[in-house]
Design a protein around this ligand. Structure first.
Ligand SMILES: Nc1ncnc2c1ncn2[C@@H]1O[C@H](COP(=O)(O)OP(=O)(O)O)[C@@H](O)[C@H]1O
Ligand SMILES: [Mg+2]
Length: 405
């Protein structure tokens, strides 16, 4: 089995998928913009071949360079697990005549308005939304949709330039901040809890499923620096409210004609008990979500994903043993980390449940919390009981404080 895998070295977890592919017997043809000499040895040993391209984000250039490189040698799969490369992979499949999701199908996972149109057309509960390009468009959409509403870029990520708007006055303030956004979505604001629905699919059917809760919703976590964002995988997927989200998620997968591979969906659960679609990608969630899923069931989804896409099988146990919580910390102050308070006493009390403590060390440069959910590091812990997991996670969120200057 010959597999072309786009971007095998960056983001860092792509190295794990490359390993997974090699472990299930694939010959991996990596394509990336990192010079071959800079690839880590731990990655190189899993690559059968590697092509360095000068502009990884230039779809057409990558497609023609890879086609020339392969020079008629047949390959079985063209894959990518990075959001910005999934369309390039689809284009390359079409160019090489390799089976897999078409360019048009993958677009349904990339263009948020097209995505919602397709999901809505299948009769699935989706926020009312309109594509807007001008201030006048936005004002008229706001009148039709009503308040509160959300304004966000059509091709957004990580809640960038995303705002909740409560009235017409606020709309004007937000529009002024959004001048640089050329195309936005004006949406009905959905009040409720926010969850993920993650799968590995074979032929559009999940062979693995996960749900995690965002605490608080990403829009709030991204707007308030003092928040320590918490994400917890839900061990018990049988709860009725979670089942509603799973049912919604499966409908979305068929509406968008999912094929093989990872999906990462977001959905809301409203106080009235309704599950509402948020958005979906045909790639894994970022920010260590796959690590959290691995800790939930003591599995290796990097390898099982590879097995599913290469051989149509999933061989890890599906038993969920834990709720796995990740707590992202943001230091007070700017510059370099100067200290961490409360970590030792937290570890004395709960250390046996902590599986990763990766807070930035003293002396490290702070990360930009607006640009990366990873913030200034994280703690990952797990416990079979939801409430215990939740309480420990929020104790870490409240009582561990990082400082920088
Ligand atoms: N219609 C909506 N109702 C309520 N909250 C929303 C809505 N759309 C987006 N949000 C909030 O904004 C966040 C980011 O929006 P999303 O559509 O997921 O874009 P992205 O994650 O690509 O930036 C969501 O996680 C959610 O918290
Ligand atoms: Mg999102």
């Amino acid at each position: 089995m010959k597999v072309v895998f786009l971007a095998p070295s960056y983001p860092p977890e792509m190295q794990q998928y490359t390993r997974g592919l090699a472990e299930v017997g694939a010959e991996v043809y990596g394509v990336g913009d990192t010079p071959v000499g800079s690839l880590p040895a731990s990655l190189k040993r899993h690559l059968a071949n590697y092509l360095q391209v000068p502009r990884l984000m230039d779809e057409d250039d990558v497609v023609s360079r890879v086609a020339a490189w392969l020079n008629g040698r047949p390959v079985d799969k063209v894959l990518s697990n990075w959001e910005v490369m999934v369309l390039t992979a689809a284009k390359l499949r079409e160019r090489l005549g390799v089976p897999g999701m078409s360019y048009d199908t993958v677009k349904g996972f990339r263009d948020k308005q097209l995505m919602k149109d397709r999901v809505r057309a299948a009769g699935i509960r989706t926020p009312k939304s309109m594509r807007v390009r001008t201030v006048a468009d936005a004002r008229s959409a706001a009148e039709k949709i009503g308040y509160p509403l959300v304004l966000k870029p059509i091709s957004g990520a990580g809640s960038a330039d995303t705002y909740r708007v409560d009235d017409a006055k606020e709309l004007e303030r937000v529009l002024a901040k959004m001048e640089h956004v050329t195309e936005a979505s004006c949406e009905e604001f959905i009040t409720g809890e926010e969850f993920t629905f993650d799968t590995i699919c074979v032929g559009g059917k999940p062979v693995y499923m996960n749900v995690a809760q965002y605490l608080p919703p990403p829009l709030i976590a991204r707007s308030e620096q003092w928040v320590s964002p918490v994400i917890i995988t839900v061990r018990d997927l049988e709860q009725p409210k979670i089942q509603k989200g799973i049912a919604l998620g499966k409908q979305v997968l068929s509406a968008l004609k999912m094929g093989d591979g990872f999906t990462h969906m977001e959905w809301f659960f409203t106080p009235k008990g309704e599950a509402v679609f948020g958005e979906i990608g045909c790639r894994p969630g970022g920010a260590h979500l796959v690590d959290q899923m691995n800790y939930t069931g003591d599995v290796d989804l990097f390898r099982e994903w590879a097995r599913a896409v290469c051989h149509g099988r999933f061989e890890a146990p599906l038993t969920r043993k834990y709720n796995a919580a990740i707590i992202f910390k943001r230091a007070h102050g700017r510059g370099r980390i100067t200290g961490v308070k409360g970590l030792q006493s937290f570890m004395r009390a709960h250390g046996e449940h902590v599986v990763e403590e990766k807070l930035l060390p003293v002396g490290a440069q702070r990360r930009n919390w607006k640009q990366t959910l990873l913030s200034d590091g994280h703690i990952l812990l797990r416990h079979p009981d939801w409430q215990t997991t939740y309480d420990m996670a929020f104790e870490a969120a409240r009582n561990i404080t990082m400082y920088a200057e």
